[in-house]
Design a protein. Structure first.
Length: 142
């Protein structure tokens, strides 16, 4: 905590937090596991909103990141459409999963290259497909 005295003799208390692993004193509190630094987490959330027209749309992609990672991906379908999720990984592997109406799916995968969603519906054309995805990425130590 820093205390700053202003010219009108009022004290302002400023709480400065510089990150989990930035100082020597705080470095002891960071949990280290083999090949993982728990401080290196990134959480990405997004909404899925598209027509049920059978076209695939990209909702997440990585560009220019070479560091390996492990990710937990959760996809929720909040509509009457069926979602087909396609997860392309940097190792050239592909995971495809159909998520039924009002259901969710969770994946633990290696380095993700992109996430594509395609929505289909057998009746009533022009319907909207809704849902959300959450992606927790943990970078591996080099």
């Amino acid at each position: 905590m820093k205390t700053v005295t202003q010219t009108i003799r009022q004290k302002t208390v400023v709480n400065v937090k510089t990150g989990c692993c930035s100082s020597k004193r705080k470095k002891k509190r960071c949990k280290k596991k083999p090949r993982f630094d728990i401080c290196g987490k990134i959480k990405i959330c997004g909404r899925i909103f598209q027509k049920c027209d059978g076209e695939s749309r990209v909702y997440f992609r990585t560009v220019g990141i070479r560091r390996p990672s492990t990710s937990v991906l959760k996809i929720e379908n909040e509509s009457d459409c069926k979602m087909k999720a396609t997860i392309n990984m940097k190792s050239k592997k592909k995971i495809e999963q159909t998520i039924d109406e009002y259901q969710e799916a969770v994946f633990v995968v290696g380095s993700i290259k992109n996430l594509r969603i395609m929505c289909t519906r057998t009746s009533e054309e022009g319907k909207i497909c809704k849902g959300k995805f959450e992606l927790m990425i943990r970078s591996r130590s080099a």
